[in-house]
Design a binder for this molecule. Structure first.
Ligand code: OXD
Ligand code: MN
Length: 589
């Protein structure tokens, strides 16, 4: 039995053939062809509520919002189950899990055989990027999860708009997803760049199953970008607008759960009257050299899949407004009145709640009420700070690229690379403490080059080389910076207030790009002096500034050794430019 809503016709023969192939394999009870309409959303939401997949929240407080609780064994991305399946192992490189495409396909098809018996197979056409953008990409995701359909509807342009962009072409990403029995032993997230295919089984978690996001926009995207001369990056995109209306566009790469969403939606401190930050994207940037030699960027997504804990009216007021309606919450705590709660929300811990696993919770409970990687999925159109440019197919010209990690020591608040190649070295050697966004132990420093360690779809050495090659097409390359909001003093207290105060760093970066900001040359790059920062409205003591920016030779020596671990791993494809950069850094140190 097939279900169609509205009048959207799936006439593309390649799409029909692709769906028929997996219908025959998965043997679903029915096929539901998604058109992306509001009627369809209402129908599927009712269905999800009836099946207990979604719980409606208090319509007075959170109109149009629902709660979803995942399987407790399925709460984050699983890097150990994520594979790049290229004909040769070396093309995936040492930072990815590799599997032979033929063997892996056979194994996955065996798991998929009959997997949707008695279930509905949903066919989701979706478009990544504004329609008409030169890099916009169409995907067709087949899934047996209503939760995936309803999330994809928020995160990507879904339905008729994608089919229109596709026309009769067979140039679309083929995505197949089945939750199976959600058993971690049968969990595989596999990418086949040669055939532009993704197969994901055994999980229902966002990053593993919303195939447009990490799988297509980053892993397959980075592979396509290398073939076609563009960059698919784990970066937010924002616009800084001065009181005079001068607009500067900036992209920034921080690892998962290190504050990209907060940074992208930041509100400048009150003293900066007339200054505005607007959001183009909070997670992914697709960037290409344009005909004028500038790097242009689009956000391929239409929503935010953000981390709930720590989000509140002080840390991110724009996010709180964004998630006040039409939002799907996953693994947060439920309050008796149908509101939601998480650790670090504005309100104090509730007297009682239902925790993310559905158990009674009180402040005396030892475990957290919300999972540390609990999430909200919200449409970007809800964001009061959304930039009008977010829908512009021409994208925005990027003036600065920021790399940043979560580092308790070593790294100063901000420094600027001497040039593009030095900037690529800084991005390539980036380190950060691990977070709850991926399964594993949080808090250990690991190398996360350009925040792409879990997302680069090919050999990391080739990826660095691709960055160096892109420079050749740029006559006005973005300036490159490194930031660290997370440095601590000896007592373990953060030295920098962060959040809205990060605007001061952003303003210095804008001024540097515009040739107005002053700096001093140091061993690691250009750094601002205390007097070169705009301190209006904030009394930030000189001693604290010095601690925040202290250069500790012993820490840098250790840093170099840590960097070597990654560079050694990549040695056979490491561009020589980066080896020279390392030598230069050593001689400056
Ligand atoms: C994300 C992630 O969900 O990086 O964006 O894990
Ligand atoms: Mn991310």
């Amino acid at each position: 039995m097939d279900t169609h809503f509205g009048s959207v016709a799936f006439t593309n023969a390649h799409v029909v053939r692709f769906v028929e192939k997996y219908r025959a394999m998965c043997e679903p009870g029915s096929v539901f062809w998604c058109d992306g309409s509001d009627d369809e959303k209402d129908h599927l939401t009712r269905e999800a509520v009836a099946q207990g997949i979604l719980t409606p929240l208090n319509p007075g407080k959170l109109p149009g919002c629902h709660l979803h609780r995942s399987n407790p064994s399925d709460v984050a991305r699983v890097e150990q189950c994520t594979f790049i399946c290229t004909p040769g192992r070396e093309d995936a490189g040492p930072t990815n899990n590799w599997a032979d495409p033929r063997e892996m396909t056979a194994k996955l098809h065996e798991l998929l055989a009959g997997s949707m018996r008695g279930r509905t197979m949903y066919v989701i056409p979706y478009l990544m990027g504004p329609p008409g953008a030169p890099l916009a990409k169409v995907g067709i995701e087949i899934t047996d999860s209503i939760y995936v359909v309803l999330n994809m509807r928020i995160m990507a342009r879904m339905g008729a708009i994608a089919l229109k962009q596709l026309g009769d072409s067979d140039d679309f990403n083929r995505g197949i997803h089945s939750v199976l029995d959600c058993n971690p032993d049968r969990r595989f997230i596999c990418h086949f760049p040669q055939t532009n295919t993704i197969i994901s089984v055994g999980s229902g978690y966002g990053g593993n199953v919303l195939l447009g996001k990490k799988c297509l926009a980053l892993r397959i995207g980075s592979w396509l970008g290398r073939q076609q001369g563009w960059l698919a990056e784990h970066m937010l995109i924002l616009c800084v607008e001065s009181p005079e209306g001068e607009k500067t566009y900036i992209a920034a790469a921080f690892p998962s759960a290190c504050g990209k969403t907060n940074f992208a939606m930041m509100i400048p401190p009150a003293a900066f009257a007339g200054w505005k930050v607007t959001t183009i994207g909070d997670d992914i940037a697709w960037m290409w050299p344009d005909a004028d030699g500038r790097l242009r960027a689009i956000n391929p997504e239409t929503g935010y899949f953000g981390v709930a804990p720590g989000t509140n009216l002080a840390t991110n007021p724009n996010a709180m407004r964004t998630i006040a309606r039409d939002t799907i919450y996953t693994n947060v705590a439920l309050l008796p009145d149908g509101d939601v709660w998480w650790e670090g929300k504005d309100s104090p811990p509730p007297a009682q709640a239902t925790d993310w696993m559905g158990r009674p919770w009180t402040p005396a409970s030892r475990e957290k009420a919300a999972h540390p990687n609990s999430r909200f999925t919200a449409p970007m159109s809800n964001n009061p700070a959304l930039a009008s440019e977010a829908e512009d197919p021409a994208g925005v010209p990027i003036s600065a690229i920021i790399f940043g990690g979560r580092r308790a020591t070593t790294m100063p608040l901000v420094f600027q690379a001497f040039n593009w190649t030095h900037g690529v070295y800084i991005g390539a050697t980036m380190g950060s403490e691990t977070t709850a966004a991926a399964a594993g132990t949080p808090g250990q420093v690991r190398r996360d080059p350009m925040a792409m360690l879990p997302f680069c779809g090919y050999h990391m050495g080739d990826y660095f080389n691709h960055w160096l090659q892109v420079r050749r097409k740029l006559t006005d390359p973005p300036r490159i910076f490194h930031v660290n909001w997370f440095r601590k003093d000896d007592a373990g207290v953060y030295l920098w207030p962060g959040f809205g105060e990060n605007f001061r760093v952003l303003k210095w970066i804008v001024d540097r790009c515009r040739g107005r900001g002053k700096a001093r040359e140091t061993q690691v790059g250009w750094m601002p002096r205390h007097a070169e920062f705009d301190w209006r409205g904030l009394d930030f003591p000189r001693e604290k500034w010095d601690a925040l920016n202290k250069f500790d030779p012993a820490e840098w020596q250790r840093e170099l050794l840590w960097q070597d671990e990654l560079l050694l791993k990549l040695h056979d494809r490491l561009p020589k430019e980066l080896i020279f950069q390392r030598e230069l850094l050593i001689s400056r140190l």
